[in-house]
Ligand binder design. Structure first.
Ligand code: PEP
Ligand code: MN
Length: 342
């Protein structure tokens, strides 16, 4: 962090600040210009008093014009911590490697027939991971809330039959143990991205986690949420962009595909794109998926339902089996161009 002193600050002003910096356990490095004086703070800002605490303290001095951060606040998730891309291994499925990871399945698990048939279709089309919500974060308390543990059991049945891995959402820290008994990947939903107790609980498990970007989260907040999981010891974290809220009302969310190159620059973690929630419209899912693959996404998460018209949640953005097949065909040329295998 760099401290920019107010114009015309004198020796006494500067000493006041350097004394405080030393008091907080860091070394000040003063560089004096004709008008401007800047002070570099040397030391590991993630230790002792952390970055926020130092910034808060210095922010209270009237002698200081502003503080300029020079390092990102996250550590474990950052590229500077680990140069190579992280590949999250879920059995024989790798997320973040050369092969594109494809997750498909219904918004909610509704019945054995629905989830098993969908799993077969996802597998046949080339997907490796089955999605399906058993605990559903619904906007209305009167909407279908999911089948809970019964839904987890049905996912297991479908997985045993097809060999697909399971990803499913866990909403409550108290359910983490239960959901981890069934899931190969724990999903953290957009609404829970900053549920720090949930993140910590998942961080204590050895089950890979997929963190969805909150609908109003900046990249910094997104990556700091991932840092919570990693800081507890679980380093198998996958990021997922699912669209953010903007002024645009035509689509359910605005799918921020720039998250692909941006998170790739800032972090070593893999990123999956969810064009279903990102657009909220089945007609837009295919073009958004093609764009995501072309831009270098590590994978896709697509809502697939045997009869979207009868789905208990998110039918309007779900693909039937034929449309999902078509999507898998249509992304091939883009995967190829991006140097990925399907
Ligand atoms: C989901 O994927 O089932 C879901 C609820 O998505 P989000 O948390 O992104 O809204
Ligand atoms: Mn959904």
């Amino acid at each position: 962090m760099i401290v920019v002193m107010k114009d015309g600050s004198d020796d006494q002003d500067i000493k006041k600040i350097t004394d405080r910096i030393e008091e907080m356990g860091y070394t000040p490095h003063v560089s004096r210009g004709e008008k401007k004086t800047i002070i570099g703070i040397i030391g590991d800002l993630n230790k002792d008093l952390n970055r926020e605490e130092v910034a808060q303290s210095l922010g209270a001095y009237s002698e200081i014009d502003r503080l300029v951060p020079i390092q990102e606040p996250y550590k474990l998730v950052g590229r500077s911590f680990k140069k190579e891309d992280t590949i999250v291994e879920v059995g024989d499925v790798k997320i973040g490697g050369k092969k594109l990871a494809v997750i498909g399945g219904p918004c909610s698990v509704e019945s054995e027939k629905q989830i098993v048939n969908t799993a077969r279709a996802v597998k046949k089309a080339g997907g490796q991971i089955l999605r399906g919500g058993a605990f559903k974060p619904r906007t209305s308390p009167y909407s279908f809330q999911g089948l809970l543990e019964k839904g987890l059991k049905l996912l297991k049945t479908a997985s045993e039959e097809t060999g697909l891995k399971i990803i499913t959402e866990v909403m409550d820290p108290r359910d983490v143990e239960l959901v981890a008994e069934y899931a190969d990947i724990l999903q953290i939903g957009a609404r829970n991205m900053q549920n720090f107790y949930l993140l910590k609980e998942i961080g204590k498990t050895e089950t890979p986690a997929m963190l969805k970007r909150g609908m109003n989260a900046t990249y910094k907040e997104f990556l700091m949420a991932a840092e919570y999981i990693m800081a507890e010891g679980n380093h198998d974290v996958i990021l997922c962009e699912r669209g953010i809220r903007t002024f645009e009302e035509y689509t359910r969310n605005t799918l921020d595909l720039l998250s692909i190159p941006i998170t790739e620059k800032l972090s070593h973690l893999p990123i999956i794109i969810d064009p279903s929630h990102g657009t909220g419209d089945w007609e837009l899912v295919n073009p958004a998926a093609r764009g995501a693959v072309a831009m270098g996404a590590d994978g896709l998460m697509i809502e697939v339902h045997p009869e979207p018209q009868k789905a208990l949640s998110d039918g309007q953005q779900s693909l039937d089996f034929e449309k999902f097949n078509q999507l898998m065909e249509d992304i091939k040329v883009f995967a190829d161009a991006a140097g990925r295998e399907i």
